[in-house]
Design a protein around this ligand. Structure first.
Ligand SMILES: Cc1ncc(COP(=O)(O)O)c(C=O)c1O
Length: 416
């Protein structure tokens, strides 16, 4: 298959215009306009995505890859057309390297599960970092349990940055796999993955990148990064839940055994011997989330209308404003102050539990996340039960940041 050229922006970034395209943003919560700052958990969906999914079910619904009838062929075409879309979005060399999955968690499980079947041996080391989401910890622990491999961890410093020297020292002849998060969902830290991938490759070690929090906030080019695997979820980038992508270099996808068996992933089946389909289908057993994949394509089409540098500038302003205003309140502990950060501000109020604060903030119509954010080892390191996390997307505004800060101020007054 052919390389696909990256898209060029077709519109100027205008936050009010953007907001008008996300119906849920006009909702009121407790009789106040919703301020949605839980985008790291999931993003809202623009009309184009909602309409595309609706149109699919209204007039195109059929199973893919299986029918000669027109509807099935149309559904297959719509579904398969998303592969080059995702190829261009991630900068992959070939659409064959785009495996549709249920999301990031599923994508990591595909690789870890597949590698458990013959790749890892007793004593092999799997290198993770201290800021991984549980999705990029537990699948490797399962793989280690099944094979006798061991999990090693790169330390994180107090500001939420990886200790890159420790990482380099941990890479060794026993290291068989590196799995690292591109952007931390709890800290917002952008990790220096390009260098880390080059370090691992200099010793012949493959690298998987968890890109769940990266793709909505900056350009990703897997060929430029030279990662072996890159995982993402559509719902973090304005698409539907239950859909995502595993990018894998063709040489890896060809080499690894299937993770699940079933329809579509086979070439021929008999009770004596089954042969497998070509990549990427070898990793896509069963009827996929067809509407979800089509919706993911619409979401990427939507995001690709913008110059991502405009989006980054806007989100950077939101983070800087939120950080400054929250610090100005006093009695706040920021968790995650790395030099390279994206659209997340995690914090605690002295003497108050994040759950209590989040519940009061909700009364003011402001949605933030509280808890461990599926990064319990990181919480243990900071010796905290969790944080409050405001996470931004392209449709958030400086006024919304002010509403957050005001709600935090009032919550503290109420709870103290
Ligand atoms: C960094 C990171 N990795 C992985 C995941 C898992 O994504 P999903 O639940 O969409 O599979 C998340 C979700 O919050 C995340 O933030």
């Amino acid at each position: 298959m052919q390389p696909v050229a990256p898209r060029l922006a077709t519109r100027t970034f205008d936050v009010e215009q953007v907001r008008s395209e996300f119906p849920v943003l006009s909702r009121r919560i407790h009789d106040l306009p919703l301020v949605y700052l839980d985008n790291a958990a999931t993003t809202q969906k623009p009309l184009t995505v909602l309409e595309r999914i609706d149109a699919y079910y209204r007039s195109e619904n059929a199973n893919v890859h299986r029918g000669v009838h027109t509807l099935s062929q149309e559904a297959t075409e719509a579904y398969e057309s998303v592969r080059p879309t995702m190829q261009a979005f991630l900068g992959a060399g070939s659409a064959q390297e785009i495996v549709f999955t249920k999301g990031t968690t599923d994508a990591i499980n595909v690789v870890a599960g597949s590698m458990s079947r013959g790749y890892f041996r007793k004593g092999d080391e799997i290198l993770l970092t201290g800021m991984e989401h549980h999705s990029n910890i537990v699948p490797w622990q399962l793989a280690a349990e099944a094979t006798g491999a061991v999990v090693k961890v790169v330390p994180v410093d107090d500001r939420g940055q990886l200790d890159v020297e420790a990482y380099q020292a941990l890479l060794g002849p026993k290291t068989r796999m590196v799995a690292i998060v591109h952007v931390s969902n709890t800290l917002g830290t952008i990790n220096p993955i390009r260098q880390m991938i080059a370090d691992a490759h200099s010793m012949g070690i493959p690298v998987l990148v968890d890109g769940a929090q990266a793709v909505a906030h900056g350009p990703v080019n897997v060929q430029d990064l030279d990662c072996d695997f890159y995982c993402m979820s559509a719902h973090k980038v304005f698409g539907p839940t239950g859909t995502g992508v595993l990018y894998g270099k063709a040489e890896w996808l060809n080499q690894l055994p299937p993770y699940q068996g079933g329809g579509d992933m086979i070439s021929a089946v008999s009770f004596e011997r089954t042969t497998y389909n070509e990549i990427p289908h070898k990793f896509e057993a069963g009827t996929p989330n067809i509407a979800g994949v089509i919706g993911m394509g619409a979401a990427i089409d939507y995001l690709s209308e913008f110059d991502i540098a405009d989006v980054q500038r806007h989100e950077h302003q939101l983070v800087a404003h939120a950080t400054g205003e929250l610090e100005a309140l006093g009695g706040i502990r920021l968790i995650g102050t790395a030099d390279q950060k994206t659209a997340v501000v995690s914090f605690l109020l002295d003497g108050l539990h994040p759950y209590d604060v989040a519940s009061v903030i909700d009364r003011f119509g402001v949605a933030v996340r509280s808890g461990h954010h599926c990064t319990q080892p990181l919480m243990d390191q900071y010796r905290i039960p969790g944080t409050l996390r405001a996470s931004f997307a392209l449709y958030n505004t400086l006024d919304e940041v002010d509403r957050l800060v005001d709600a935090v101020r009032r919550a503290r007054k109420f709870l103290s």
